[in-house]
Design a protein around this ligand. Sequence first.
Ligand code: 8YV
Length: 319
Amino acid sequence: MTDIHALAVAKLSPMFVSQLATAFTLHDRLHETDPAAFAALAPRIRALAASGDSKVSAELMATLPALEVISVMGVGYDGIAVQAAKARGIVVTHTPGVLNDDVADLALGLMLCAARQLPAADRHAREGSWLQAPMPLARKMSGARLGLVGIGRIGQAIASRAAAFGMSIAYTARSARPGLPFPFFDSPRALAAEVDFLVVITPGGADTRHLIDAEVLRALGKGRGEGILVNVARGSVVDEAALIDALERGVIAGAGLDVFEDEPRIPVRLSALPHVVLTPHIGSATGQTRQAMADLAFANLREHFAGRPLPTPVPECRG
Ligand code: 8YV
């Protein structure tokens, strides 16, 4: 396969890159670093390698007449123009399943950190403030009410962990899932009004943009400054300006955020807030999981070029 040309569209995990480099002639972000060389090579590129937050536009695909397959090392693929790919017969693959545990673990971690104020408590202990005063009381998590915005594979993994904390679980999604033992709410706002923790784990993209807006946050706060928002999905799902406003004005109690609207940039007003916990998009960032994702992302390319069935095409490209 080493005569097959592949383009890495973004800075990729070394675990993915090392496998790609052994099997393909790999061009690392050539379209950005050397447009002239890229233009000369473009007709021979048959594969794109991307990460969950990569952008692959219809315009980029249009410059690649030989393109057959786009492999995303990530479960989310909202940055890929899938309909344009499909129209050209280009298959898109992603890496579902292998990161459920890590993302769910982080969601629970952010819930605990935001509720029990662990980063602030760490600073309190470390910086000696304890000598002056005890930490202010926090919010109990066990037994509280959890609302999930999205109930796919990762949402269900979050639910099973939350059950071990004795939490009640409810969800909202595009449609009710009758097979699941949790109450369904037909909007994020209706759900938010009934829960203490609202955890966002729905795909990004145009359909879910700003699904969590000022109204949803007001409902979560219940007029008493309650409620904790956690986002481990995509920054685009939450109206970040509305969230900052809600946090600054005490409309909700706090937030735990792994994703942001303009990553890796985080608004100063957000990072200045004491009652938010921020992590730099680390949902799947463990050695074990990133290796499994790299293996699966590579297997999708390998199987494609071997003419065998693809392990994990995106739903739009199945069948
Ligand atoms: C990473 C993710 O951003 O899987 C996703 O959709 O957002 C993350 O796991 C990334 O894709 C790692 O390459």
